[in-house]
Design a protein around this ligand. Structure first.
Ligand SMILES: [Zn+2]
Length: 308
């Protein structure tokens, strides 16, 4: 089982990217690739294949506006905001390609491309939301190949680094008195009818991941859990999360649903999950979440890999 956005083909070159002459050589190389981001959207062609531009397509851009993403075996990749392209390059991009939400296009692109686009989208979001210094309010400038920002006020000089928001997501299981093990899934009112997902929530400051799992499950469903175990993680650039996937065991199956958080929550056996349809299937009563999500990964992992 593979998980979207977790197959990064690039070496981030953390030890060399701060060397400006090395970086300039990467930037000027004819094979270097530029990932264009426009207000959180990525660039695709009409077949929804990912578009990477080369130096010729982006003439006139400035290295100081570029974020170095990394290198594969023969190419360096940079992210740049659409607004930093000149008028000619912008017009060419607009006439040939389209900007789409990555989630919409993810099913059509390779695992490696999805990982690069997610990375570019996430780091660009951080830059656009940290334009100003959090300490003194002056403008921040991009430094260290785009992996840091520094306050332009020399009396302050505050440096900030890219952040990602940790969120826990968990499959909760319980073996009932009838001997059948079931998993807990919930849904929000605004979701497509019949769609159920694993529970999830952000980690609070001063909280361990295991504590966050226990708190979130209890807050949303009234279920107390134990034996919290880590499964896998997934970067989730919508806009800035890292999803940390867990499994936990419910102490008792008695639900007390928090209607402010969930429209519904239920226990499903593996046989019941067999009867779930895909997201776009309206013929069945229940739907799975999209194949890109770790929610789906955890549900499938529990359904198939942990079945015995
Ligand atoms: Zn400052």
């Amino acid at each position: 089982m593979t998980l979207k956005y977790t197959n990064m083909p690039l070496d981030r070159c953390s030890n060399t990217r701060a060397d400006i002459s090395w970086l300039e050589n990467q930037f000027r190389h004819k094979d270097s690739c530029f990932v264009i981001i426009n207000n959180g959207l990525n660039l695709f062609n009409e077949k929804k294949s990912a578009v990477f531009l080369n130096q010729e397509n982006v003439t006139g851009i400035d290295l100081k506006d570029c974020i170095f993403l990394g290198k594969n075996t023969h190419q360096a990749f940079f992210a740049i905001a659409f607004e930093h392209l000149n008028n000619t390059a912008q017009a060419t991009v607009n006439s040939r390609y389209q900007f789409l939400n990555l989630l919409q296009a993810s099913p059509f692109i390779s695992e490696a491309e999805a990982s690069i686009l997610a990375y570019a989208k996430a780091i660009m979001h951080w830059h656009s939301s940290h334009e100003f210094c959090g300490q003194c309010g002056n403008k921040n400038t991009l430094v260290e190949a785009g992996h840091s920002r520094r306050c332009s006020n020399t009396n302050c000089n505050q440096q900030t680094f890219p952040r990602t928001d940790p969120a826990v997501i968990m499959i909760v299981e319980h073996t009932f008195e009838d001997g059948i093990t079931r998993c807990l899934m919930g849904r929000q009112a605004e979701w497509p009818q019949g769609m159920y997902s694993t529970l999830a929530g952000f980690v609070d400051p001063g909280e361990s991941l295991e504590e966050a799992v226990i708190r979130e499950v209890f807050e949303e469903s009234g279920i107390s859990v134990k034996d919290v175990r880590y499964i896998q993680s997934q970067p989730w650039p919508y806009p800035a999360s890292i999803m940390l996937g867990f499994i936990a065991t419910a102490i008792s199956p008695q639900l007390n649903i928090n209607k402010d958080e969930l429209d519904d929550a239920r226990w499903f056996s593996r046989d019941e999950l067999d009867a779930f349809g895909e997201m776009n299937d309206d013929t069945l009563a229940f739907k799975k979440t999209g194949k890109e999500s770790i929610s789906r990964f955890l549900a499938d992992y529990w359904h198939y890999e942990l079945a015995n």
